[in-house]
Design a protein around this ligand. Structure first.
Ligand code: ZN
Length: 269
């Protein structure tokens, strides 16, 4: 009996701990688009260092990024669809996505606000990319009203590096930025698309990606995404995991006490 209870206890703790999520959001309002079908549009901007990529290529890459990653999650209702090429101000090529310098607490630049859906543009303002050609792109909702995302912007660094990537890498980069555009922050684990760095393991939807997108855009089916636990800050995962472990131990002690209260004491006879 004691062995069976120990196994049951272990399973309970494991189950509870498995519900701790490591996905993050990129805005404190936990905002999301309220329409499930969101278009991905391309800005009609001449990009001198993306000369191997046409507007049609970018539409194809964005569509492939949606279909290979975010549109595949069965527990999410989100559907990213191919949009169109749109004429925009040259500000989209030259200005910063945030009007302040703190990209972790971005105040959207009013000159680049996207009225609806997601817009992808190239951009040559190095401040958007930490002054580095190795920062390939940046993306964020830049038109948020309460819990609603109205529009989001993705800027590709026109440094010449994006142009040299393989097509699979370009698709993964755009897919990662699409994750930011619909409200997700980074995952701490490198087997997720939303891991901050472009590593070889980032070419499929990971558990954090799936959980995050399903939390923001749940499908009509019940989603047992786990106890409402969600981290808004990257480094809260381990703390939440420990607290959940303590909760599991507490519940086991309570269960044992209740069992002893309602079970007849046969040894008294
Ligand atoms: Zn990122």
């Amino acid at each position: 009996m004691e062995i069976r209870i120990s196994i049951r206890s272990f399973l309970l703790i494991s189950l509870l701990c498995s519900q701790v999520k490591a996905f993050t959001l990129n805005n404190s309002a936990a905002a999301s688009f309220k329409n499930d079908e969101i278009k991905i549009n391309i800005a009609e901007i001449d990009c001198p260092n993306l000369d191997n990529i046409t507007y049609t290529d970018l539409l194809d890459i964005a569509q492939e990024a949606a279909n290979r990653f975010w549109n595949t999650v069965p527990t999410s209702s989100l559907e990213l669809v191919r949009g169109s090429v749109q004429s925009v101000s040259s500000n989209f090529y030259t200005e910063q996505i945030c009007s302040n310098s703190d990209t972790n607490n971005c105040t959207p630049n009013a000159a680049l606000v996207v009225s609806s859906d997601i817009l992808i543009s190239c951009n040559n303002n190095s401040a958007n990319f930490s002054g580095s050609s190795h920062v390939l792109a940046v993306g964020a909702p830049n038109n948020i009203d309460g819990e609603n995302i109205n529009g989001a912007l993705i800027l590709i660094n026109d440094s010449g590096t994006f142009d040299t990537l393989s097509r699979d890498e370009q698709i993964a980069v755009i897919a990662h930025e699409l994750g930011h555009a619909v409200g997700l922050g980074h995952s701490q684990h490198d087997h997720n698309l939303m891991y901050y760095s472009s590593v070889s393991t980032r070419y499929k939807v990971g558990e954090d990606d799936s959980d995050g997108i399903s939390w923001l855009y749940p499908s009509g089916q019940p989603f047992s995404g786990g106890c409402g636990t969600i981290n808004l800050v990257d480094n809260e995962g381990p703390k939440n995991g420990f607290l959940t472990f303590l909760l599991g131990v507490f519940l086991i002690i309570v269960m044992r006490k209740l069992r002893n209260l309602i079970r007849p004491n046969y040894r008294a006879f």
